[in-house]
Every structure is written in C-alpha cells, then in structure tokens.
Design a protein around this ligand. Sequence first.
Ligand code: PMP
Length: 413
Amino acid sequence: MSGTTLDDYTDRYAARIHGMAQSEIRALFAVASRPEVVSLAGGNPDTSALSMPDLSKMFTRLLHEQGPEALLYCPGQGQPRLREEICGVMALSGIDADSGASPDDVVVTAGAQQGLSLLATVFLDPGDIVLAEGPTYVGALGVFQAAQTRVKHVAMDDDGLIPEALEEALADCDRPPKFLYTVPTYQNPTGVTLSDERREQVLDICRRHGLLIVEDDPYGMLSFDGRQPLPLRARDGGGVVYLGTFSKTFAAGLRVGWVLAPPAVRDKLVLASEAQILCPSALTQAAVTRYLTTMPWRQQVKVFSTLYQERRDEMLAGLADVMPSEMTWTRPGGGLFVWAQLPPGLDSKAMLPQALAERVAYVPGTGFYANGSGHGHMRLNFSFPSVERIHAGVRRLAGVIDSAVRLRETFGA
Ligand code: PMP
C-alpha cells in the first residue's frame, strides 16, 4: 500500500529475498546524483562520447528497414546474425574459431548481468559455494546472494588472483565449489589484471580440481596500452564459461550481452533464459547488429579507451598530489576504476556521510565483499566525470581523509 512503511508481507516472502540487501552502490544513487556532488561512485561509461546524430540516423533506418521484425519476439538464444557478429568481436580478443568459439554456443542476454543470473539458475543451489576474487563485482555478489550461496573470496594482489590462495581456498571448502567467478582483466572494482603467468597457473589449478571457471570480461577491450591479455577462454575451450557485454564498448542502456558456453551448458542457459524473459529484446539486438556492421565501432572503442586513459592519468596525478603518503591505490591498465587503500585505521564506510557532506561520493570497499571486509578501501570511477570534476572530487576527498587522519591522531585508531 502506498505511503505505508510497515511491511505487511513479511511472512510471505521467499527465503531467498531475506539474504538480499540493497547494494552499497544503489543506496548511494540518490545522493551521489545531485549535481553539486562529484560522483566517483558510478560505473557508467561516458556515452556522450558516442555520435548521437549518427546513432539517430542508424535507429531511424533500422525502424524503416526492419521495424516490424525488430519489434517481434525472437529466438530465446538470440538472433543468429548477432551471434555471428559477437563471434567476430570475441575473435579480436583471441577467442576465435580455433579456440572452439562458434555462434551456436553463444546465448544473447540482457547484459552480462542476466548472463550471471542465468548461470546461477543453471548451477547454484542454496548452500553451494562459489569462489570469487576478494574484492569482486558487486552485481555478481547480488546474484550469488539471491541464489543463497556462500561466496568464498580468494585473495588478490597487483597481479590479480593469487594462485596459492586459490589452492588454499579449495582445500578449505567443505564441499566442491560450483565454479570460480573471476574478472581477470581490468577488474571491477580494483582495475587489476591477472598476469599471463598466473592465467596459466589458475587454469592449471582449475583443471586439476575439475573446477569450472566463469570468466566475466566486460572491460578487456578498454585497454589503455593496447596490450589486452589473452582471456582465459582463449587458453582453455572446455573449462571456461565466458561472459561478454556491449555495455562498455557501446552502450549499457541497450542491455545486450552474451554468454559463450559449452553446448550442454548453452542448452540449459537457453531454457533458463526462456523461462525468465522468453527472449532478449529483438530491437536492441538489431541495433547492436547494425552498429557492428555499419558503424566504425572499433574506432569508437579506441575513442572510449583514450578518453578513459586521460581521465585515469588525471585521477592518478590528482591522488599523488593531494593524498597523504600512507594512502595507496592501483594503476589500472584499462577499464573504469581505481581501488584505493586508506591510511591505516580509517573506515571508508564510516567516512562516507562526511564525504557526501563535502560533495564527493565513492563506493566503500565493503560493497565488494560478501564477508564484511573492505572497510579500508574505496572504489573510484574515472570513466564518467570530466577531468575538472575528477580533480575537484579528489581534492574534496583528500580533505575528508585528512580530517579523518587528524581525528585518528587525536583519539587513536
Ligand atoms: N560484470 C562486471 C564485472 C561488471 O562490472 C558489470 C557492469 N558494471 C557487469 C558484469 C554487468 O554488465 P551489463 O551491463 O552487461 O549487465
């Protein structure tokens, strides 16, 4: 009932909804989106770098030439034409026909997020264990929580997931984990990339333990030095389910992503997707297909990468200029995020109200762990704010951190 604050439905909810809490990021949206607040909290690509006149022509032609078809239902697995184009896109990252990638094994989804949700439907029962980097993508945590699973974090450092920590985590599980969920390239939230050597080690460990890998790769093409590492899927055709998306290379608002999976898993994913949404949007699939076939999209990915690289450089320079010497941060080779470690004793979650009062927002590190860790960290986004706002945000943040350091010095950590 509108206006009612009491919840009359508590005894009717499914058990799974009780474990689902609003993510730290969603909770921040309302305040962080006020114009006077510099939000370093988002995860949006900068769609203002796209040519709206060109896109508007493209959409108009699409409706003229394919309107009736694009406004119908389509196959649950996704349009064959788009699935072919997706294979062309993956081939640029090294996942090609030689590594066994075929349009038949692609399932088109409403963003990688739906891909994750489908994988949960297919693989996860309540009480199951999923291994994931610590920290990991908050949206994946949401899916795993909704599936009532236990997330066991595997420690990472500047070279990504630590193979020895993966072995330890496996030894420590009271039942075999269902899969390892990993974002090995320009990770969200850390911006860190799994080194080539570790990629082979992680694959080797997973092969030995029969552990499936779910590789989530939204940022691979947003490389700043053009040295995108070879995805795990390109190194091992059998043991890896690969998630891709057009959210960061084209437009998140279209909600088009995909899963590349071995045939048996693919069939289950299609069943799960049909039960969930019948089929992905034919209209946005047609738009992405047109975009890939008629527009200079690779050039556009370079435009995004160059823009984000400039903003990363500005953010790193700003941090180096104004942050206390005890603070450290990552230097991402691509993607959208920097992960910063606060001076000892400071708590990013406790500090947030003060930061918002000073008109700067970030995401506290706690949002990226299932186990309450992360108080000493924060995620900073550099893809969306302008250079001026990045500098203003970093300066404001430094003021907040300086006050917290002074408080700590006065009252002890
Ligand atoms: N995985 C990761 C690691 C992400 O960062 C995101 C988006 N922030 C997603 C998946 C979901 O992306 P999509 O828009 O394709 O659903």
